[in-house]
Design a protein around this ligand. Structure first.
Ligand SMILES: *[C@@H]1O[C@H](CO)[C@@H](O)[C@H](O)[C@H]1NC(C)=O
Ligand SMILES: *[C@@H]1O[C@H](CO)[C@@H](O)[C@H](O)[C@H]1NC(C)=O
Length: 642
């Protein structure tokens, strides 16, 4: 029996080994496993040929590569290393490292590994900056020029045909009005009259994969195909679950570093970091299979434990990849507030907001949903010291605990009780604290005029014409008004003007100041001395946009609240919390908040009036075609007394 097993195992290993082919010439390295084959072009430093079961997936001029906005921009060539081996399970693999030295001794490396029996590439990206400097973007791109790819998919709900560039007109930076017949007409009935790469952006919080789909039109035998980026690991990205970025627009991205939606760029002093692995997965389906059929198949790999043994086997080739021996398990027992839903526990950079962990060169990050009974287990956490943050829908604020130590090879259990923040008796709240403006007008409301009913915030913002929706401005009366109708998802200073082709003239009347009214009874105020007003923001765009640039007017943005005519201290929202958010189709970006505490005597029995103001006519020049107004997006607001 044992002998038989040993025999069959070793003969299988030999067969597996034989099934990987790899060859190198002065101009190319080619690797294949009988189904998936790729070739690295040494002159370009990119993968320029990729096929599955004989179907060309890239087309002529298409490529898969790592790209950066470093000082010299796009980089070519470099040095090349071919690896071949057999992993612990006896399965053969081959891999290629593309390594380039650019300005000031900086190193950029991409790694692609193919395993026998799989139809995807395991990718790692490494960047080393010995002396600091700008690193604005870093991303892998599967950039086909083949016409087989005719659908986009970023979630089960968010998919459509891919419109063509023919006849389109620019309405905003990388945002187009789509015209014409055929596929473009289909796009308009499925999704929108407009297309932007930001419409398919996603937050990493729950995201697992995105990609391109071919419905079989133009493939060799009519089979359907998919090209997916699967985030099987997320621990080397930054900004925790609140990272939000582009996923697919005809290119299948793996965004590693960017400042989109308020994402932070890393501190590059003494920087040497390897990102990944992530998995570019290619699949083939029967004729007539749907985008979500192939999407579901790709979703199987969105798990950090998947292929962990294989990654241990190749760790010797990938500097900075942390094998299983350097990892432990974290287990949480969290006393949760009774009314919380979707509680998320995050382990990230000790001593700082997880949204800012880009400033911690070595930071790793992990998160997951806590069960309703308060339990969570996260495997494969890098040994180290972390801040634990717990937040969830329905609860203002969050729970924070530093100095959570994870040891390699061990399970660490943290017991914690999240007592929700409170400043007395709640008189009212507007919105649901969930780090998003989705519950307000044009947020997550579906656009039922289109077959695929996209969430309205994903559309080109100008279609949500504020002056038409709110001719008298926002006047919200607590208790009778309706947040889905009477509270807009974006609070503008000015509506219209640049980047708004529907309302090209700026509109100012009743835009920058919103009014919230409510009634209080004598009993509610009886014996109360302090009032606390809390504003949580899902996102805010000061004139700094996605940069931290403080040179323009309104870069640090003044937000003013008055209570029955009395002004509270101005909240100046700093430029480094700014993000280009709603204008880039997002309902949640960099989150921030403020609390005002004031004498309860400002409140009165009967009708009370709060005004919430951005500075009037607060615009600053934009070099790109983008709206020049500042704006913010509320998560939730509440008033408490004690
Ligand atoms: C609130 O407004 C939305 C959108 O107009 C509507 O669908 C919903 O029924 C309203 N809710 C109530 C309680 O009136
Ligand atoms: C943002 O800027 C403020 C100073 O205005 C600074 O104190 C803070 O640390 C900065 N935050 C980040 C994340 O850079």
């Amino acid at each position: 029996m044992n002998l038989l097993l040993a025999f069959s195992l070793s003969s299988w290993a030999a067969f597996a080994s034989a099934a990987i082919t790899a060859s190198e010439s002065s101009t190319a390295i080619s690797v294949g496993n009988g189904r998936l084959a790729f070739s690295v072009n040494k002159g370009a430093g990119t993968i320029d040929r990729l096929s599955l079961d004989g179907q060309d997936l890239l087309g002529s001029g298409g490529r898969l590569y790592l790209d950066c906005h470093c000082d010299s921009g796009y980089w070519n060539g470099g040095s090349f290393q071919l690896y071949r081996g057999t992993d612990k399970a006896g399965v053969a693999h081959a891999g290629v490292r593309i390594s380039a030295k650019v300005d000031s001794g900086r190193t950029f490396e991409s790694y692609y590994f193919l395993r026998d029996g799989e139809t995807g590439l395991h990718t790692f990206g490494r960047v080393a900056y010995p002396n600091g400097g700008s690193l604005g973007e870093m991303r892998f791109l599967f950039r086909p020029s083949s016409s087989i790819w005719n659908h986009l998919s970023s979630s089960d709900e968010m998919w459509s045909v891919l419109p063509t560039e023919s006849g389109r007109t620019t309405v905003q930076d990388t945002t187009y009005r789509i015209s014409g017949d055929g596929v473009n007409a289909r796009y308009r009935t499925q999704m929108s009259d407009y297309f932007s790469k930001y419409m398919f952006s996603e937050s990493w919080e729950y995201h697992t994969h995105h990609g391109l789909f071919s419905d079989g039109t133009g493939t060799r035998d009519g089979s359907t195909y998919g090209a997916w980026l699967v985030m099987n690991t997320k621990d080397t990205y930054y900004n925790g679950p609140k990272w939000s970025d582009l996923t697919v627009d005809g290119i299948v991205y793996n965004y590693i570093i960017s400042n989109h939606h308020g994402n932070g760029n890393p501190d590059t002093r003494n920087f040497d970091r390897t990102f990944g692995p992530q998995y570019y997965y290619f699949n083939k389906g029967a004729k007539g299979a749907s985008v979500n059929d192939l999407r579901r198949d790709a979703g199987r790999f969105g798990d950090p434990s998947w292929n962990a043994d294989f990654y241990d086997s190749i760790a010797q080739y990938v500097p900075g990849y942390l094998p299983t021996s350097g990892r432990g398990t974290w287990s949480g027992r969290i006393g949760l507030p009774a009314s919380v839903t979707k509680p998320i526990a995050v382990l990230a950079s000790n001593g700082r907001d997880f949204q800012d962990n880009n400033l911690d060169t070595k930071s790793r990050q992990y998160w997951g949903e806590v069960s309703s009974s308060g339990e969570i287990t996260i495997p494969r956490v890098a040994a180290g010291t972390y801040r634990l943050t717990v937040y969830g829908t329905g609860i203002f604020g969050q729970y924070v605990q530093d100095e959570v130590v994870i040891r390699a090879g061990a399970t660490t259990t943290t017991t914690a009780t999240w007592a929700p923040e409170s400043a007395g008796t709640e008189l009212w709240r507007i919105g649901t604290p969930d780090r998003s403006c989705g519950e307000f007008r044009h947020g997550n409301e579906l656009d039922s005029t289109r077959i695929n009913t996209p969430k309205q915030h994903r559309l080109y913002w100008a279609v949500h014409d504020f002056p038409k929706d709110f001719p008298d401005g926002v006047n919200f009366h607590v208790g009778t008004s309706n947040i889905t109708r009477d509270f807009n998802y974006m609070h503008w200073s000015v509506f219209g003007g640049k980047a708004n082709t529907i309302r090209p003239e700026p509109y100012y009347t009743n835009v920058n100041t919103w009014t919230v009214t409510f009634d209080t009874t004598a009993a509610q105020l009886q014996g109360k001395t302090r009032a606390t007003f809390t504003v949580q923001l899902a996102g805010v765009k000061t004139s700094a946009g996605n940069t931290d640039d403080t040179n323009k007017a309104f870069a640090n943005l003044a937000y003013t609240v008055t209570v029955n005519g009395r002004a509270l201290p101005v909240w100046t929202i700093p430029a480094n919390q700014s993000s280009s958010c709603g204008a880039r189709s997002a309902a949640s970006c960099y989150n921030t908040h403020n609390k005002w505490t004031f004498d309860a005597s400002y409140l009165q029995q009967g009708l009370n009036t709060f005004s919430l103001s951005l500075p009037a006519r607060a615009t600053a020049p934009e070099s790109a075609v983008l709206p020049e107004s500042v704006y913010l997006q509320y998560d939730a607001l509440r008033l408490e007394v004690s």
